[in-house]
Design a protein around this ligand. Structure first.
Ligand code: UDX
Length: 418
């Protein structure tokens, strides 16, 4: 399908942040745009580079942006520092690569119509603006989290930040239903400045669960807003892992043998690490539950250990009802009829997958947005009641086809791309 007036194919450039939970939603949107006829170039850092051989459409192009970040920063759990370092060192090489793409593209195709980049890439947003290419920010977590970012100066002013541990359960009147412990603590002024100057903001959420937060953001920023979730329902899956973990699908066959709604799925995303003590307690908790389960024990799940050695006697104890796996296709596991509950770290993608499949969650948040997600930032409790609406609310379809309502979240994304 052709996508421009001249008949030449327009190209969308995507620049995901090198974390799995940030990469997946951006690549899912790339898949949706590609299916509608746009050419796709993925700019990515050479840190945690995706493997182009991994089941992406053959006409995607991948272009590496070299970054230099000290190994100890990459290895540490200080995400705020990594975000700062990556922004500082990527701006110049990103701008160079993008300028090359713009000049190459204009010769033989419809040219670069737009760059879609994680809102965390605020330095790259500035570089795109300098090159006069429309840039859309992508908030890969919730609208409530973005509201938390916008509120940062007021949270400081009102004494909610920095969080004092003795007040961690106090309600935050600016951001109900958050309590102080739910607040994200990173300095966000560059991020919000960048997003405000962008051509639009894509948020990985949908009206049925975050209408109030979306309305508030619309009031705060006067730029087009696109709520594109739940992406797992309407866009092609991302099979690769940025950490080169091999996807293992065998648990799906095992789930086929279990009764509907009986299996607990246990996974803590790609990033979190727990102490060995908690890991062992969790193992015996699952054994004692007497329930069938699928447990993702990926590399580096246990702080300080590359692999997750299970406690002695555990495998024998759970032999017929426990399935341990490194890295399954989570969206398919959560959607499997045998899965009846999800013990989760409350990463936003995991939550979207669970909510959109109607799977109840048990929360064990670890960091960042996960506390706020677990507390039901936005209107999450309502989500369970709205599942029927959700199934018929084809959100990416709504974006790419005609708007069904007058608000700017209904602006078709393709139209905005020009
Ligand atoms: C990170 C942060 O931890 C999270 O709080 C933030 O909202 C996004 O960035 P992550 O911890 O990896 O993300 O969790 P999550 O947001 O749930 O994303 C994980 C992605 O990996 C999901 O798309 C999930 O489907 C996929 N996944 C996870 C797998 O494919 N297999 C697995 O075994 C686990």
């Amino acid at each position: 399908m052709s996508s421009s007036c001249s008949g030449a194919i327009r190209r969308v450039v995507l620049f995901p942040f090198p974390y799995q939970g940030h990469f997946n939603p951006v690549l899912r949107v790339a898949g949706a745009l590609h299916a509608r006829g746009l050419a796709v170039t993925v700019l990515h850092t050479d840190l945690r580079a995706p493997d182009p051989a991994e089941d992406y459409p053959t006409d995607y192009s991948f272009v590496a942006v070299p970054v230099k970040v000290p190994a100890e920063v990459v290895a540490s759990e200080d995400i705020a520092r990594l975000v700062m370092e990556l922004n500082a060192c990527c701006a110049a090489p990103f701008k160079e690569r993008l300028a090359e793409l713009i000049s190459d593209g204009s010769k033989d195709d419809g040219g670069v119509c737009c760059v879609i980049m994680d809102v965390i890439w605020y330095s790259a947003q500035a570089a795109a603006r300098e090159l006069n290419v429309p840039a859309l920010g992508f908030m890969t977590s919730s609208a409530a989290s973005f509201g938390n970012f916008i509120a940062y100066p007021k949270l400081i002013e009102k004494g909610y930040l920095p969080v004092q541990e003795k007040r961690r359960d106090d309600p935050v009147d600016l951001l109900p239903p958050f309590r102080m412990r739910d607040l994200q603590r990173i300095e966000t002024s560059s991020l919000i400045d960048g997003a405000s100057l962008s051509s639009g903001l894509i948020i990985n959420t949908f009206d049925a669960i975050e209408a109030t937060d979306l309305t508030k953001i619309r009031e705060d920023l006067s730029i087009p807003l696109f709520a594109v979730g739940p992406l797992n329902k309407f866009t092609p899956p991302v099979k690769g892992s940025l950490y080169q973990w091999q996807q293992d699908r065998r648990c799906l066959d095992w789930l086929d043998t279990r009764a509907p709604g009986t299996v607990i799925y246990v996974s803590f995303g790609s990033l979190t690490a727990m102490d060995r003590h908690e890991f062992v307690e969790l193992a015996w908790g699952l054994a004692d539950s007497k329930r069938p389960f699928v447990w993702v024990v990926r590399p580096s799940l246990i702080r300080g250990f590359e692999s997750g050695d299970l406690p002695d006697g555990f495998q024998e104890e759970v032999r017929d009802r426990g399935w341990i796996v490194d890295w399954p296709p989570q969206d398919e596991v959560v959607a499997h009829p045998a899965v009846g509950a999800f013990l989760t770290h409350n990463g936003w993608n995991s939550m979207m997958e669970a909510i959109s499949e109607g799977v109840p969650m048990v929360s064990r948040p670890f960091l960042g947005d996960q506390y706020g997600n677990a507390s039901g930032g936005g209107n999450l409790p309502q989500a369970c009641l709205l599942l029927i609406d959700l199934v018929v609310d084809v959100v990416v379809g709504k974006l790419l086809v005609a708007p069904t309502r007058p608000s700017n979240d209904g602006l078709p994304l393709l139209e905005c791309l020009g």
